[in-house]
Design a protein around this ligand. Sequence first.
Ligand code: CA
Length: 223
Amino acid sequence: MKILIVEDEHPLADALTEILKQQKYSVDAVYNGADGLEYALTGIYDIILLDIMLPKIDGLEVLRRIRAKRISTPILLLTAKSLTSDKVAGLDCGADDYLTKPFATQELLARIRALTRRIGEFTGDELRHGNTALDKNAFELKTESNSVKLAPREFQLMEMLMSNVGRIVQKERIIEKIWGYNSDAEYNSVEVYISFIRKKLSHIGSDIQIKAVRGIGYSIEIS
Ligand code: CA
């Protein structure tokens, strides 16, 4: 799961980044509306946290332009404004939810979970395929007899593969989503992580095979 934070108060942006990373989300933060728009339009994010009062382009205008480009990423507005008219304007512009600052971390996390459930990518606490489950709370891969912890990038990679059973997940998409837009991660970084995961799958007796599709990406199948 990849989250974009658009927030010009650096201490708040940094604190949110830290909190979300602890929850195993992959996070990019930008500090003005113009950068927010540019990043959002890549379409690689699963959710966007968007401040309203922003330098360069204000949040509501960023929101309008994102929706005008038919990018449907769920957007949670973060706003110091508690006026009903601003909330209505935000929802009318295509926001999915809003949170008035200051907010409690637990509430933010609950809203994020609700929005990601809505897009259907997170259906419950486990992804299952064959004899294996990916536990999203414990960050583990499990079979009936055994389990193994995954490192954050291994978890994100396995989540992408298990959310796309029967499809090829492209290497470019993996790099964008896990290492970040503008990342200089090499293709062989992905290969290294795939090899870690294969070892872990085999260690727990999983019947999932990660198949490399030469020059394109990876898919999983049951052996
Ligand atoms: Ca602001």
